[in-house]
Design a protein around this ligand. Structure first.
Ligand code: CTP
Ligand code: MG
Length: 171
């Protein structure tokens, strides 16, 4: 078991390609109400968690709710791929605006494994190329996280590290 220290009031940003296990990790380690997932917000604004054309509206709503939670002093977890710089920049800015520490937890699972999982999922239908692009973005992202303003960065490599990880809130 590996304990990941996370400030009791923080904005926890999960980072990982599709199929890396972000939603599973969030479900295992946090209360459902602490987790804001981009899929859930796409479904809320467009009735379809896979409707990528709804992403702008979905993230707008997600940021709004995250802001209200942080203003209330509530730890909040962002369950989205967050492999793009601009997505993370918006979240770091949001954390700063609420005087809360941004924390990154990276789930770095081999792309092949993520693809094998994705192919088995009835709720995902994107092509292989999408995952390749996300992987390239992820590699670049891992190097940048500290510089971007994440005060704590935890990188979990492979299934064993991901499954052994637990969260320790630090007061
Ligand atoms: N899964 C698995 N074993 C694990 C973790 C996840 O078999 N230890 C499976 C899940 O049941 C799911 C798939 O792998 O079918 C992807 O896991 P999920 O947590 O949904 O991954 P996400 O990173 O949330 O994927 P997405 O970005 O597409 O939401
Ligand atoms: Mg998910």
């Amino acid at each position: 078991m590996t304990e990941l220290t996370v400030p009791a009031l923080s904005l926890v940003v999960l980072v990982g390609i599709s199929g890396s296990g972000k939603s599973t990790f969030a479900q295992r380690n946090f209360a459902p109400s602490q987790v804001l997932s981009s899929d859930a917000f796409r479904a809320m604004v467009a009735d379809d968690e896979n409707d990528q054309s709804a992403s702008a509206a979905a993230f707008d709503a997600l940021h709004y709710v995250a802001g209200r939670r942080l203003a209330g002093g509530r730890l909040t977890v962002i369950d989205a791929t967050n492999v793009q710089d601009h997505a993370r920049a918006g979240l770091v800015a949001l954390a700063r605006a609420h005087d809360v520490l941004p924390v990154a937890i990276v789930l770095d699972l081999p792309e092949e494994e993520c693809w094998a999982r994705t192919e088995r999922r009835p709720d995902r239908s994107f092509g292989r190329g999408v995952l390749g692009r996300q992987s390239r973005d992820l590699r670049r992202s891992i190097k940048r996280l500290s510089r971007e303003g994440f005060r704590t960065v935890h990188v979990l490599h492979g299934l064993e590290e991901i499954e052994a990880a637990t969260i320790r809130p630090q007061r």
